[in-house]
Design a protein around this ligand. Structure first.
Ligand code: ADP
Ligand code: NI
Length: 214
């Protein structure tokens, strides 16, 4: 892609997410952009399209910008101002709408480009990065790290997932350990397996320390 569009998009995202401490900061988008580029190259997807989806995937997020979520107004304005044709912009916005994790209401994107962008976003929710983001999110939402009497709930719909107010440790069972099987591309599946193992080792250590065994 023209380097200027990527640079413009990164500058735009930096400004939008300046005050976000819930796990959607600028560096999240930067990591997703880099991972999405890697997946696109390995999987033979259209790199420019994947990069634009990755760069703009959170600018109309329902939690961060509910008023623009439906029509993807922020992404559309950015694409128009940067000379992307209307038809290509429509397609990019449609694919952005498919990538978010919404419990059992999540969808698998129809195109390889959407799959690469979704896998990259999900990879950033697991591994060392996923552990750090989960506890950062939990702190910013005033959640307990762990409560032995509160059991995890799986198979949540979008509404249940959004209302859920459980502990951060439960989030591993409610979402993070489910993501490996939800990856679409082979490249992402391989990376996800390693990251999942790292998280499982972390949970084992956490529980052993919690119980005073180590
Ligand atoms: P998305 O990136 O698909 O918009 P979310 O906004 O749901 O996803 O999540 C942002 C980050 O916060 C992710 O790393 C996610 O795993 C984490 N997160 C979301 N919900 C919780 C929760 N209940 N407890 C801990 N971490 C969470
Ligand atoms: Ni994201």
């Amino acid at each position: 892609m023209q380097p200027t569009i990527a640079a413009n998009a990164l500058a735009y995202v930096k400004q939008i997410f300046e005050n976000d401490f819930s796990g959607h900061d600028y560096f999240h988008t930067l990591r997703v952009y880099r991972m999405a580029t890697h997946l696109a190259e390995r999987e033979g997807a259209d790199v420019q399209t994947v990069q634009l989806i990755a760069l703009l995937h959170d600018v109309d997020d329902v939690k961060l910008s509910p008023a623009t979520h439906q029509n993807k107004d922020n992404a559309r304005r950015f694409l128009a101002q940067n000379g992307v044709e209307q038809a290509a912009a429509d397609e990019i916005c449609r694919m952005i709408g498919e990538i978010s994790y919404v419990g059992t209401d999540s969808v698998t994107p129809a195109t390889l480009e959407g799959k690469c962008a979704q896998d990259a976003d999900r990879l950033d929710a697991i591994g060392a990065m996923g552990i750090a983001r989960a506890f950062a999110y939990g702190g910013s939402h005033r959640r307990l790290m762990h409560h032995p009497d509160i059991a995890p709930k799986t198979n949540m719909t979008e509404a249940e997932y959004r209302q859920n107010n459980s502990t951060t440790i439960n989030h591993f069972y409610e979402k993070l350990f489910l993501l490996t099987d939800m990856m679409s591309t082979d490249t992402a599946k391989r990376i996800a397996k390693q990251r999942e193992q790292y998280m499982r080792d972390f949970i084992d250590e956490f529980m052993a320390e919690w119980d005073g065994e180590r």
